[in-house]
Write a protein that binds this ligand. Sequence first.
Ligand code: C2E
Ligand code: MG
Ligand code: MG
Length: 570
Amino acid sequence: MAFGKLRSSSAAVAELAPRGGGICAPDPIETGLMLDLLPVPAVSVSLEGGKFHFLALNRAFRIAGLGTNAAESPLVRLLGSQLRRFIESDETHHDIAWQFGEEVDCRYFRVSFARRESQIGSGRCLVTLVDQTSELRTEHSLRREMATDSLTGLPNRAGFSDQLENLSADNAEGFAVLVVNLDRFSRVNACMGGLAGDELLISVARRLKGALRGRDILARMGGDEFGVLLTLDDGPGDALHVAKRIQAALATPFRLSDFEIRVDCSIGIALGADNHGEPEDLIRHAQFAVKRAKTSGRTELYHLRAFDIAREQFSVETELRRAIENGDMTLSYQPIWDLGSGRIVSFEALARWTNEEGVALSPNDFIPVAEESGLIVPLGRWAMEQAALTLATWDRRVGGDCGVKVAVNLSAIQLQRDRIPEMVQAALEQAGIAGSRLTLELTESAIVSDPDRISRTMMALKDLGATLAMDDFGTGYSNLAYLQKLPIDLLKIDRSFISGMLADRDKIAIVRAVLSLAQALGMQTTAEGIETNELAQTLAALGCTYGQGYLYAQPLVETDAYALLAARNS
Ligand code: C2E
Ligand code: MG
Ligand code: MG
């Protein structure tokens, strides 16, 4: 007999099957002689004339409530078509998972259809069922337990992830994740004890639940953080609505023993439609938004790039800090020349940084990071000291005043955070150069942020003898009142007005206006970004004092800058 081929998930069935041997009739299994030895429900089935017949079945099959004849058996009723397909196929074995019965007394079977190769085409097969109900129930309850927060009975972070996974599988876009974080919860815990904290969390969970619709899913993500999974009927507006309802629900103080406690919350939202990654990412995005909400004080929606930008900035920040500490930054020097005489009058010192991967980063990328992280203070100090030392070196080389100034940029944040006059004075003293050899370039934003303080700083810098330039003029707030009040010597007209100026009447009009304004206020002017001869000539004709741009030179390393100076001004 070829029983060796009869594979089954039931070890008992496998053990019963004798090995080897030819075909002999009558088949002991079909006659039922051996079926009763099987500890699992088993039935021998035949399909004749389109109808099923039970040739033999065992006690376990009857006890399992699977019927005694094919006409009334739920097995045939529910699995008939699969059984038929198997019998008509040329397979020897087929396994299916079968759920039988209603919710409460539902049972789970692993059903095996099997026959010997020689039986293919005979219309017969053996069906065995292994009851897996208790294993599956244990597994389900374990899984449920693992996915439930024991304090509130809500899904926990893992449970929330599962639900999110399910929802995003059938509703790709129309949903949102809200993360609700309680403000100052740790204080309640610290002042009133963990029990009171737990009680508060349970009450909060109850109120949150009350603020949601029946199909929204509330979870406790851990600590004082709750998650809400929303289906959106009316687009993203729905999520903001729910956020408002949540806030309203928490507005009334909570009663905890003898105290009334107000609980505020911060809410971050991430929209399914914005997410191109894993559903799980959405939770992180909402958590990221909630962090922003904590500082901004309002509900925040996650924006696609915000996270990447923050991560990128963080690593840039770490590297930048190292670069400043290790002295890996350098300054380039770009000449500024007198448009009338063609002589170089000064060099603007521009920070240069090549990161650890060998990528040369633009100051436009790393200065904002330095400003945000506070690194602008050491960076600015370093630039000031370095520029002053370079000028002193050039002076020494020519054996006296080398004839040019050096211009150093000061950022608005740096002006707020550092004691600029003291810092500049120290750098000048250290290098041994006079304040009159220095130009400081400030931007309009610096002035707008704190006019009084900046005014005092500028006066102090003037007392040191420095020249003060307004950088990128025209791109900022262009408040003319301060131009009059502050001791500004020079306006630097932003490159955006200069480049392409000749082909743009509006730009020419603006540049003309700036030049006459400067003249009226007794200020000098520098045009930034001069790349052609024609531009240089036009600007000179319009009365612009100085020029800076690739036409003359790109920012140069210190030795090249000195060589250019020596060649031009000698
Ligand atoms: P900025 O002060 O307006 O400097 C002029 C910028 O224009 C420089 O860019 C320079 O390379 C560029 N430039 C000059 N001529 C031309 C030209 O003909 N064509 C074009 N396309 N560009 C020209 P850079 O070096 O990338 O610096 C960008 C900005 O970064 C500077 O603008 C300045 O605001 C800031 N920065 C640079 N170094 C420092 C620093 O040490 N401290 C502070 N606070 N800011 C700095
Ligand atoms: Mg500048
Ligand atoms: Mg500029």
